[in-house]
Design a binder for this molecule. Structure first.
Ligand code: F0G
Length: 467
């Protein structure tokens, strides 16, 4: 239910240039320059299309260091949409994780959660905390079509609290549309169970709402009791169950920035002083006032089902088409992107040789499409420097909202089908440069053999001189 009014020209450089580009990028798609990228499916973060209303709101921003009316409008949007009175603005989602972790985590604390996100894990660890991921077994079974793989395992949650003691658990973290397991939602009934346990043991419940709109949309689609409710009701229900809600506005509201919100003054006061220290004054939080305006409008737009549903519908198409070709993908189709199971795709590559990283590099090479590795490269080493093999090895192909056309999605299917037929040509990778924290962002790798050249030769043979 949208039409395109502003366009950006794309370039598809020949495979010979793509080979040089991925070598220059250390076989890490984060390090590619967009001049070498055709379809950018790295992420939806800050890349969702903005609406005309968002862009026009940016022109009415109130430039003021303190007391800006733009912030007042954002505060009202947060109260109207998320149902929380107190708002702390931050420059992006991980900044919220920094503030929350510093305010509430003490060394030795345990934080139970459905599943980690990379930046949340980094900030919790940085503050001396340890995470416990408590999913049900079907959550990591890609072929299971369980509708709510993001549900936290309630029995394990209670057992975890009993084992570690409520006094050592500052909060339970629930992530909407659990990113790293393939954008899989939790149900409202699961969140209600979490609330019951949080109340029973007197523990705070923190909701990462970065992908809340999509989680709400899938609740409406998949949870019978909520089928007749509006997006507004569903979102308010979910945020109402949490003591503290934080979000990356780069994802939630198609803008920049982020926020932490709550109805509890005591929680707000524990974090307030950290905002001027790390982010900026309390009425801008390191975000430009223009972006604050776009964020406010974007929050109201998350209540529009036709806006939220566009990306999940394209993802469903992509997942179903790939599945039809026998390509292993995470099902049921989730949000954010399609997630290809790299261990299934490249079953000949041992996990120590980073099959998801290799698949991301190979797919860029044969298509110009930039996806993201979500597997062991995105994981960490343990305290002895031993590699922790990730639970899943995924190539994520993000489908930002209202950015691509269906024919571009079909191009992705087409090139992926060719790569799947030639998958034996893909080989492993090893690190040449490994940063100590969040290594996937800037790390450098190299192929273990000359497999990229071989893949290019086969591509030229099959595609002639086409790009
Ligand atoms: N929480 C979730 C669930 C996220 O997906 C992200 C970011 C963050 C927190 C951190 O927010 O980037 O604004 O600092 N996800 C992006 C992605 C980076 O590509 O999935 P941020």
């Amino acid at each position: 239910m949208h039409k395109v009014r502003v366009v950006q020209k794309l370039h598809l450089v020949p495979i010979e240039r793509r080979l040089d580009a991925i070598k220059e990028a250390g076989f890490n798609t984060f390090r590619l320059s967009t001049k070498d990228v055709f379809l950018d499916m790295l992420t939806d973060s800050g890349t969702n299309a903005m609406s005309d209303n968002q862009i026009s709101a940016m022109f009415q921003a109130d430039d003021a260091y303190a007391g800006s009316q733009s912030f007042m409008r954002l505060q009202k949007a947060v109260e109207d949409v998320l149902g929380k009175k107190y708002l702390l603005p931050v420059h992006q989602g991980r900044a919220a994780e920094n503030v929350i972790s510093r305010a509430f985590i003490k060394p030795g604390n345990v934080i139970p959660m459905n599943y980690h996100f990379t930046t949340a894990l980094a900030h919790i660890t940085e503050n001396g905390g340890k995470i416990k991921e408590l999913l049900y077994d079907h959550a990591l079974d890609f072929t299971s079509d369980h509708p709510f793989k993001g549900n936290i395992n309630i029995e394990k949650l209670e057992e975890c609290i009993r084992r570690h003691g409520a006094e050592n658990i500052p909060f339970i973290r629930m992530e909407a549309s659990t990113n790293l397991i393939g954008g899989q939602p939790f149900s409202i009934s699961n969140l209600m169970d979490v609330r019951r346990i949080a109340d029973k043991y007197g523990i705070m419940l923190v909701l990462d709402a970065s992908l809340l709109g999509e989680n709400a949309y899938l609740v409406k689609q998949r949870e019978k009791e909520w089928r007749e409710n509006s997006m507004a009701d569903i979102i308010k229900m979910m945020t109402g169950l949490a003591d503290l809600v934080y979000f990356s506005a780069r994802k939630l509201s198609s803008s920049r920035g982020g926020g932490i919100c709550t109805n509890r003054k005591d929680l707000y006061m524990k974090m307030e002083a950290l905002i001027p220290l790390f982010e900026g004054f309390l009425t801008y939080g390191g975000i430009s006032v223009r972006e604050i305006e776009a964020m406010a409008v974007g929050l109201y737009e998350t209540l529009d089902e036709t806006m939220i549903s566009q990306s999940p519908q394209f993802i469903r198409f992509l997942v179903n088409e790939l599945g039809r070709l026998g390509i292993p993908v995470v099902t049921p189709p989730g949000v954010l992107g399609a997630h290809v199971d790299a261990m299934g795709f490249c079953s000949h590559i041992p996990q120590e040789h980073y099959p998801a990283g290799a698949l991301a590099a190979a797919f860029y090479l044969v298509s110009g499409v930039r996806g993201m590795e979500r597997g062991t490269i995105s994981s960490v080493r343990d305290e002895n420097g031993i590699e922790i093999l990730a639970d899943v090895e995924l190539l994520r192909l993000a489908v930002p909202r209202r950015v691509f056309t269906l024919s571009q999605i079909k191009y992705v299917v087409d090139r992926m089908a060719w790569l799947y037929e030639n998958r034996e040509l893909i080989g492993g990778l090893e690190f040449t440069y490994e940063p100590p924290v969040l290594r996937f962002f800037m790390g450098g790798l190299k192929p273990l053999t000359d497999w990229p050249e071989k893949l290019m030769v086969k591509f030229r043979k099959d595609f002639g001189d086409s790009l």
